[in-house]
Design a protein around this ligand. Sequence first.
Ligand code: FDA
Length: 491
Amino acid sequence: KEITEAPIIIIGSGYGGAVSALRLCEAGKKVIMLEMGLNWEKSGIPYSNLLKPGKSAAWLRKKTIAPFMNLFSLTPFTGILDRLEFDHINIWVGRGVGGGSLVNGGMAVTPKESYFKEIFPNLDTEKFYNHYFPLVREELKVNIIDEQFLKDCPYYKFTRVGEEEAHKAGFKTMRVPNVYDFKYMEKEFRNEVPRSALNTEVIYGNNHGKNSLDKTYLKKAMETGNLEILDLHKVEHIKLNDDKSYTLNAQQIDTSGNIIADKVFHCKKLILAAGTMGTLQLLLQSNAVNDFPIHENIGKNWGNNGNFMTGRNWVKPLSGGTGTKQSTIPVGGIDNWEDTEHPFFTEIAPLPMGMDVATALYLLINRVDKKGEVTYDKANRILKLNWDESNTVKMRENAKYFVRKMNQANGGTRSHLLFNNGFGADICYHPLGGCVLGEATNEFGKLKDHDNLYVLDGSLIPGTIGVNPFVTITAIAEYCIENLIKQSEFA
Ligand code: FDA
């Protein structure tokens, strides 16, 4: 087989991969990035919206895989949203050049300083809040909705109702920044530009408005001329060579998922940025297949970032519910983190179903009291996740407390429309950990027991960060790659 040589290879094009690519390319390094998903921008294939999903909506499935309301039959295609199924939890991830940034809600939340300090006691908190967080907010083009627009726009009735109800129940709310360009959204509303957020586009991709990584970090990295991205290339496993370099086996697939070429890559330096589950899969599978050395902490300290969905039915039915028209971009949150008995943060989430279902949807983010572990089942060649209802006991308690308090103040019932008995404990958008900074790696993401292998993605965060995670993932990646370059790791 033909072997492609590269000094540096990055696997995955999400936040960690994009940051690493940009900083290495700026430092004059040539980088090859392997991404299993499609280069959407280059392909010109449009994304679909929530109400009329096409084949681009799901990764090689016959049916869409939104958390609820999946009715459509599709032609299998290397679509944008994937779901990884485990015994007690399902994990959603983005597929394509830009990773999770293509499918996520764009909520760009900086963690609470005290919690960041608690989770990362060895990091220089001051430097993160004065330098890395402001830097990534700028690079990611984070902005905030105009309050008057929010007040006037019918597409944000769900937020206004949600906040009003939260206040009535005695909760504190907060404005949530986003990478969606709110000036563009205002133009959408005035019908001056094609609609995206106001046309139910989000988890199957946004055709306009959203500053996903292909429009920020990756674009800048491409402009250096030093980055080559190979899409539809899935790395299967990695081998460590005697000279401490790495050999990668990858499959190039077509958009129907058929293998069109088995490829071999060889590199001196390897960065794993395949997302928490992708990186763990590569490490554990390579260990099983190739005796790839892995440190005992790999797979440990995994968490769902306290993700716990819930909903309420009949939110203000008499006043017209939460609105027929809803923007897909969340801008409101309820911050109950300081409550020592029930600490949680929740997004006031949209539910744009094209009709008023008089239902409010919330994605709670809790502490993770009991962490899980990711292992590999050699016989069946699959990842295993040691995680069940015992891991989410406190999250359920918080959700119950929240819904009860909201209903007492405002009326309504726990939503049985969306979830069995009103709770979505098994829905995870924020898998984190398993390759924790300082535990499975050194202080800058270099894997223990290896000389030329680095992990730069969500798996560095020990299972919880208290808010939506991509701002933190990006900041940690900036911190790590800056220091790795300074230490001449890529010289
Ligand atoms: P990420 O998952 O982004 O990227 C990994 C990439 O590697 C993917 O493109 C994948 O295809 C690729 N890959 C994996 N295995 C591979 C292999 N073997 N070979 C080649 N390529 C491989 N967060 C937030 O802060 N605010 C929000 O509003 C939301 N909302 C949200 C909604 C939904 C529906 C989801 C699914 C997720 C969110 N998130 C979010 C979470 C956020 O998107 C997530 O935490 C980050 O994308 C994780 O970034 P990483 O860099 O770790 O990997």
